[in-house]
Design a binder for this molecule. Structure first.
Ligand SMILES: [Zn+2]
Length: 430
């Protein structure tokens, strides 16, 4: 416990001195890391009452797609954080926020009745020296607590370094070097060998739409898109509610948590194994089906169906989750109790939702001084604080009436989401 306390104490001092954009001015990436990826595979198990983190394996992957300068996560988005704590310097040398499907599942009724296990994974640059890899999770008040710690040594011969199954891959857009660009890898799910041409034309369609949407369009010189041609045995995906089961590469399915349009996959380790063929920051899985749906989990993966009339909008919405850490701005009726999902005495961590407890820390600076807070719908799409968002009807507020994070009917992110995405795009491309 003493060691754990020391790590936490040092991290708080360290993060406390950092502000966005000036991270690590005097620390060189190459003195701390090799330009490869270290992947920690782990399992999250349990129920709402009791949770367990178990070690799976360490994997050494051939590329590092991330920044060489912005190593410390100054945003602190997500339900979890991973820290790489260097033993010699007693400093956190890399950190990143992320979310998991397990954390979402904990909010479901099933998690009060059943234990389940979810496969999870986080990546970091490959340390050159002995480190502690630490996982932290937020509580309802948004305070991070350490939930797992494991030593890592670069000389540990159990770190797996298989020759990856190198599927044919292709850089389909972009000319920037990986460390100064946002690298997005498209992966095919439910595309057979014969459907790889369709996969490519689908990818091109979504790249075209991506650059029509601000702020992505402002960064067109700093984004790379890759494709990996990993075929499935069968076409489509699982639709349990219709008794449809397909043999596909990443074993994706609709009806996640019994929500028909919630399309996800549990095969995170397999996804990472395939993605390792290229340098990447974000994984985007195209599912070869016309059925409406998708999902996006921060710094984990984005997934959506490729052939629906709203697929382009769903792609960028899910990317708002998976890359941008943005919350859903839509909401259901009054049957969802806000207190079941949020602690209403603090601000939610999502940048685009507020409880109005500390609105100054959110987007108060973007609100015109004549706009009342809370904001009546008569102000239409002026930035304000409109009641309803993050799945609940009351007590949680969203920035505008209709943002891309609420509805497919608009093609724009609201100014609050736009600003957050722009900050992240700079972070990844500096
Ligand atoms: Zn928004």
């Amino acid at each position: 416990m003493k060691v754990i306390y020391k790590i936490l104490l040092i991290q708080f001092l360290f993060l406390g001195s950092l502000k966005f954009g000036n991270a690590q001015a005097n620390v060189s990436f190459d003195s701390l890391f090799v330009r490869e990826t270290l992947r920690l595979d782990f399992l999250l198990s349990g129920s709402r009452d009791t949770q367990l983190v178990s070690f799976g394996k360490f994997v050494r992957e051939p590329f590092w797609g991330g920044s060489l300068v912005n190593l410390i996560d100054s945003f602190e988005y997500g339900d979890y954080q991973v820290w790489v704590f260097e033993n010699a310097s007693e400093k956190v040398i890399y950190s990143r926020g992320f979310s998991t499907l397990f954390a979402e599942w904990l909010t479901t009724d099933e998690a009060t009745k059943l234990n389940r296990t979810f496969f999870e994974s986080v990546v970091m640059p490959m340390p050159k020296t002995e480190c502690q890899i630490v996982l932290l999770k937020r509580d309802r008040k948004n305070v991070f607590h350490q939930i797992f710690q494991i030593p890592f040594s670069p000389s540990d011969y159990f770190v797996q370094k298989h020759t990856p199954v190198l599927y044919k891959s292709e850089k389909v857009y972009g000319k920037s070097v990986p460390e100064k660009s946002l690298d997005i890898v498209f992966m095919p799910e439910g595309y057979t060998e014969k459907e790889m041409k369709k996969f490519k034309s689908d990818c091109e369609k979504f790249i075209g739409y991506f650059f029509k949407v601000k702020p992505f369009s402002d960064f067109s010189e700093k984004v790379n898109f890759y494709m990996i041609y990993a075929p499935s045995v069968e076409s489509g995906t699982d639709v349990p509610g219709k008794m449809i089961w397909m043999n596909t590469k990443f074993n994706s399915n609709f009806y996640t948590f019994d929500v028909d349009r919630y399309l996800t996959t549990m095969d995170v380790w397999e996804i990472r194994d395939v993605a390792a063929s290229v340098p990447y920051d974000q994984i985007v899985i195209l599912v070869n089906t016309a059925q409406y749906g998708g999902g996006g989990i921060l710094n984990n993966y984005n997934i959506f169906s490729a052939d629906n009339q709203y697929s382009e909008q769903v792609f960028t919405h899910e990317f708002g989750h998976g890359f941008g850490a943005l919350a859903d701005e839509y909401f259901y009726d009054t049957t969802v109790d806000p207190a079941s999902l949020y602690d209403l005495s603090v601000e939610p961590w999502s940048v685009n939702l507020t409880t109005l407890v500390n609105f100054e820390s959110k987007w108060a600076d973007l609100v015109d001084k004549n706009t009342p807070i809370p904001t009546p719908l008569s102000y239409a799409n002026k930035v304000g604080a409109y009641e309803g968002g993050g799945y609940v009807f009351n007590k949680i507020y969203r920035p505008v009436d209709n943002c891309k994070m609420r509805t497919n009917a608009v093609n724009e992110f609201c100014p609050v989401c736009n600003r957050a995405l722009t900050q992240l795009l700079r972070f990844y491309t500096e």
